[in-house]
Design a protein around this ligand. Sequence first.
Ligand code: GTP
Ligand code: MG
Length: 210
Amino acid sequence: MTAIVPEESAAAFLRELRLFHLNYKFGLDEILTKINILREEMTFRDGANPIEHVNSRIKTIDSLRDKAARIGCPLELDAIAEQIRDIAGVRIVCSFVADVYRVLEMLTSQPDVTVRQVKDYIAHPKANGYRSLHAIVEIPVFLSDTTRAVPIEVQIRTVAMDFWASVEHKIYYKYAKDVPAELVEELSAAAGVAHDLDNRMAELHRTVHG
Ligand code: GTP
Ligand code: MG
């Protein structure tokens, strides 16, 4: 008999964890709708859309458990919600640096979007050359009997920054995070080239469109 209680409570916890995880999917659905509305409206109004593409992802329940274990977070919903802010993530890739800031401003000025954190790795690139604008925003999700504020990690960057980050990410994993010094240097130089390209494209755009 005694074994039944822990098993039941494990099943109950798993059910709660699944529901908790589902809320992040709902939050992502909400923010993706917002982004799509902005894209469509701007395309209609200006005939140009500053957003090149959008990707989103949710951590699986397994990788959520792994991350909790890795950072020493107790496997409790409140602690997970507090300590793991990147369960749901969306990446918005824009044509120009100015668009990156514009898109963040358009999203965060909406009354139901609360900004929890902004990290500007464009103004302050990481030592390896990584550039991107990061934000954690909270979005309300309306459930059958309650409302949940769901945090979403938003990364906004240009095509050039995205290209660099995707190559760097592959190299980082290939070398199991122990990247040879020459490659680190080469990546840093490539980040400079990507930055130059962003500046030149912006200049070209200004020349053509004023
Ligand atoms: P800290 O590392 O403590 O600053 O916080 P964090 O990891 O929670 O947030 P950060 O803003 O540094 O990074 C969040 C996400 O941004 C990562 O999961 C990656 O997707 C991306 N990112 C951050 N730094 C790099 C980088 O150097 N290279 C690449 N390719 N992606 C990065
Ligand atoms: Mg990090």
